[in-house]
Design a protein around this ligand. Structure first.
Ligand code: NAD
Length: 490
């Protein structure tokens, strides 16, 4: 068993203008380790006055940060990357402690979080504009990119380090300044990242952290000096943030929830398909926005997939993710556990066949935390709530279809469009799937189709609100304004 970096992080503070300050709060919330239910920190529920102070600091810092040459801004990010590498294992263990995922999964998240710092360090190239000499006789035109000012970045609980890092390094690299509002359920990894950013020499006020919940978010959305918002969370909150921030005249990008389907064709390679599906459905206890939720088997793919998936779910070892032999951890909270178990009850009521039922996991004396236990439903029908709504827990549904066309029809009928995967040996089937399916992330024989930092991470339908996605070039577009200069010399 690996050890925790710290057993308790005490009362967290906000980072404003380079100082960790005692916050003005409406209350404090316990941060729990979901695998043990032990309290590991207290997070401040900051008021608008904290946000106002942070935005004022960020606005002031912008004046000099935007004048810092991109090459020098990039050097600070290289330094941050080096520090993050040095503390790689600490990040991973902290993520396990606050989130409950397995250590392997937390290492994967840490790697992805760092990769975004690496890519953003290429800003002298990424931020270049373009030009054309002689657009008319003796006249030259040049498009340049400039930072806008202060951005608010609001994260979800399920990737405490990686998701805010889809935005933070790029916002800073382009010369903007930020106020980050981490998830109040998992605030530790971003707190550590901000400490290292200071150590890396990123100047005071460039990166500020304000902990809290709705009040802090609303204060960011309403603040006239916040020029834009990057948000990731559930669809109802994403829609709210998108509407409110746009009404305030800000640029906004909001990632929302998901319901991801995995299609198994009769010619799929069974062993690798099941491995991929297991990782997709039960990895992070189903709490990934790219998690597979419903498996559609086409034709005679059904029996093999059903039996092997059920077997895998029965054999998954549950426990605290710091034990390297554990295959699945808990869900994040009692509320999340109640929601997941509620969906399992609903599936039974709706008439689906619960072929793997490990709900009793929470009665296991060795598992003190919020363990939902993997469940598998067979006989799932498209109109059922378990087939349409985001469960965000370790519950798989199996649905049958006679053809790829029918399977695609079920996916297209969903309100969400975050991810979808096909498992097949046929190039034709794969091509048809990627062409027709309305989802931001498509997997072909890949269960978790997570774009790397130099590709955009987005979604479609209710899974994304906005035009420009996270990561890579698209997020550089989001964080810059384009200006065209036309010049003539007499
Ligand atoms: P959430 O919507 O509950 O919270 C996200 C953030 O919004 C948190 O920082 C929270 O403090 C804040 N918030 C919550 N309620 C609010 C309100 N009423 N007004 C203003 N702010 C509010 O989401 P979560 O439970 O932390 O994260 C899980 C969700 O995020 C899932 O739905 C998952 O699919 C989604 N997600 C999506 C992506 C993506 O790329 N689309 C990535 C990761 C997670």
């Amino acid at each position: 068993m690996l050890t925790e970096v710290k057993a308790n992080y005490g009362r967290l503070r906000n980072l404003i203008n380079g100082e960790w300050v005692e916050p003005d709060v409406s209350g404090w919330l316990d941060v729990e380790n979901p695998a043990t239910t032990g309290v590991i920190a207290e997070v401040p529920l900051s008021t608008a006055s904290e946000v106002n102070d942070a935005v004022a600091a960020a606005k002031q810092a912008f004046l000099t940060w935007r004048e810092t040459p991109p090459v020098l801004r990039a050097r600070s990010l290289f330094k941050l990357k080096g520090l993050m590498e040095e503390h790689f294992e600490d990040f991973a263990r902290t993520i396990v402690q606050e989130h409950g995922k397995t250590i392997e999964d937390a290492r994967g998240e840490t790697r992805r979080g760092i990769e975004n710092v690496e890519v953003a360090a290429g800003i002298p190239t990424l931020m270049q504009g373009f030009g054309l000499e002689n657009v008319a006789s003796g006249i030259d035109a040049e498009a340049i990119r400039q930072p806008l000012g202060v951005f608010g970045i609001i994260g979800p609980f399920n990737f405490p380090l990686m998701v805010p890092n889809w935005f933070i390094p790029y916002a800073i690299a382009t010369g903007n300044t930020v106020v980050v509002k981490p998830s109040e359920q998992t605030p530790l990894a971003q707190t550590r990242m901000a400490e290292l950013a200071l150590e890396a020499g990123i100047p005071a006020g460039v990166l500020n952290v304000v902990h809290g919940a709705k009040d802090a978010v609303d204060a960011l959305l309403e603040h006239p000096d916040v020029r834009g918002i990057s948000f990731v969370g559930s669809s109802p909150v994403a829609r709210y943030v998108y509407s409110k921030a746009s009404a305030e005249g800000k640029r906004v990008q909001c990632g929302g929830g998901a319901k991801n389907f995995l299609v198994a064709m009769p010619d799929a390679h069974l062993d690798s398909t099941i491995d991929n599906m297991m990782g997709s459905i039960f990895g992070a206890a189903g709490q990934r926005c790219l998690a597979g939720s419903v498996v559609i088997t086409v034709g005679n793919a059904y029996e093999g997939v059903r039996d092997r998936l059920a077997e895998g779910a029965r054999n998954l070892k549950l426990g605290y993710g710091l034990d390297e032999s554990v295959g699945m951890g808990p869900v994040i909270s009692q509320r999340a556990l109640d929601r997941v178990l509620g969906y399992v009850d609903k599936g039974v009521e709706e008439g689906a066949d619960l072929i793997v039922d490990r709900r009793s996991a929470r009665q296991d004396e060795e598992l003190a935390g919020y363990f939902a236990g993997p469940c598998v439903f067979d006989g799932v029908e498209p109109q059922m709530a378990i087939a349409r709504e985001e469960i965000f827990g370790p519950v798989a549904g199996i649905m049958r279809a006679d053809s790829l066309d029918e399977a695609i029809g079920h996916i297209e009928a969903l309100p969400f469009g975050n991810a979808a995967s096909i498992f097949t040996a046929s190039g034709g089937a794969a091509r048809e799937f990627r062409h027709r399916v309305t989802a931001g992330n498509i997997g072909v024989n890949v269960g978790v189709a997570a774009p790397m930092a130099f590709f955009p991470f987005g979604g479609m339908k209710e899974s994304f609100f906005g035009a420009l996605h996270a990561q890579g070039r698209e997020v550089v577009d989001f964080f810059t304004d384009r200006k065209v200069v036309i010049s003539r010399w007499f």
